[in-house]
Design a protein around this ligand. Structure first.
Ligand SMILES: [Zn+2]
Length: 415
């Protein structure tokens, strides 16, 4: 059976050009003593916008692994798939993120809900979970409410899982269940019953992606109460460990944090929890690799900088169209966006500093960064012109991609 390693990192790469640079960061991490396996992920949404198909991700991963002589496992993730979109990914993926967030908040049949409540009477009352300070107080209503909110979603996950299993064969792929793209976070007690539901559906989930408290906007830092996040994260780690034993879930089941990238302020608490408990983690980062491409183009001046400026100018003009698919995961204040006429006068250094996620730099602008983050459609439309510019600036970009992944992410979470 394919078994996901203790530490894994989901790496996005919109244009499938930086696989080697990404993998080099993991090679460096290994030299520093952390074994981390790569999971290349690209969602249906991204494939649709860039007009690529999942086989390109498999090709990128295989090529990077061969070029660098990577001997450890690696995976290709069908990211955020549903029953509608999964077929496209069956051949090239060996990791499936079953996204059932759309089904959360919708109740399944009363009969199923009551059966679920009945099956959990032994949990009623005061439940002590090692690692959680105060015992959880569980009433029949707690179980019923959780079932009402999440049982239908997990039943749907079961359908998707069985569909994949029928095609790929049992044990030949890794399963993640994700409910992170919902409006409300799941409390640890809800996680407990969600995990029970997953076990009862017979889904051998190896990772679970809950929605945590706070905002996980794309490409910028966490917005929310870091203390509250830390408490919830620690409790979720404890619930997962408890659920493995209690419900017979895979022993390597671990949390998956869909970070949307760059959640620097919560990396510390996560790192602490991993060290303290010995728990594993899947850290999924979004497509900021593409922003490193832009930074590399901009600092290369001449044609690269012209392209970077043009992408911004067009993104600025197509704000609504580009932001719509990401509405729930970005917060852009339009009044804080520099006017393209102003940007056109910048040199490469200023463009890069405005875009690069270094909060201490006075030029850094998270609004500018988020808009460009969702602006990859413009680069996709440029086609060859964009790809040629990438080739011309390859050395610089490759360095940026590797350094970004290693220094800003891997070292802060896993080392
Ligand atoms: Zn996600």
């Amino acid at each position: 059976m394919k078994q996901l390693e203790k530490y894994s990192i989901g790496i996005g790469d919109r244009f499938a050009r930086q696989g080697k640079a990404q993998l080099k960061a993991l090679v460096e991490a290994k030299k520093l003593g952390v074994n981390l396996v790569p999971v290349w992920n690209k969602s249906f949404r991204e494939h649709t916008i860039v007009h690529t198909d999942p086989s390109t991700v498999r090709k990128e991963a295989d090529e990077a692994v061969n070029a660098l002589g990577w001997k450890d496992p690696y995976y290709v993730d069908a990211d955020h798939i549903s029953l509608k979109t999964v077929d496209l990914f069956l051949e090239s993926s060996d990791f499936f993120t079953l996204d059932v967030a759309d089904y959360s908040g919708k109740p399944t049949s009363e009969k199923d809900i009551e059966a679920f409540v009945k099956a959990h009477t032994s949990f009623l009352g005061s439940l002590s979970i090692p690692g959680i300070e105060r015992p959880l107080q569980i009433t029949e209503e707690t179980v019923r409410m959780t079932a009402r909110k999440y049982l239908l979603a997990i039943q749907e996950a079961g359908k998707i899982y069985r569909h994949i299993e029928a095609k790929k064969g049992k044990g030949n792929f890794i399963t993640e269940v994700s409910i992170d793209e919902t409006d409300v976070p799941q409390a640890p007690v809800e996680m407990l019953f969600i995990l029970s539901a997953i076990a009862r559906e017979g889904i051998p989930a190896q990772t679970i992606a809950p929605k945590f408290t706070g905002r996980f906007n794309k490409g910028i830092d966490y917005v929310g109460d870091v203390k509250q996040f830390e408490k919830e994260f620690n409790e979720d780690v404890a619930v997962v460990a408890f659920a493995i034993k209690e419900f017979g879930l895979p022993s390597n089941l671990k949390l998956s944090v869909h970070s949307g990238s760059d959640k620097f302020s919560i990396y510390g608490p996560i790192q602490k929890a991993l060290k303290r408990t010995g728990a594993g983690l899947h850290l999924k980062t979004a497509g900021t690799t593409w922003l490193e491409e832009l930074i590399g183009l901009a600092t290369g001046e001449s044609e690269g900088l012209a392209i970077a400026k043009e992408i911004y100018q067009k993104a600025y003009g197509r704000f609504d169209e580009l932001c719509a698919p990401y509405a729930s995961v970005i917060d852009i204040d339009r009044s804080k966006l520099p006017d393209p006429s102003q940007v056109s006068k910048w040199d490469g250094k200023q463009f890069a500093e405005t875009l690069r996620h270094v909060p201490s730099n006075s030029h850094y602008n998270p609004h500018f960064r988020q808009l460009l983050h969702v602006g990859y459609k413009i680069a996709a439309e440029m086609g060859d012109r964009y790809y040629k510019a990438l080739e011309a600036a390859e050395e610089e970009i490759s360095k940026n991609v590797q350094e970004n992944l290693l220094e800003r992410h891997i070292k802060r979470v896993f080392l």
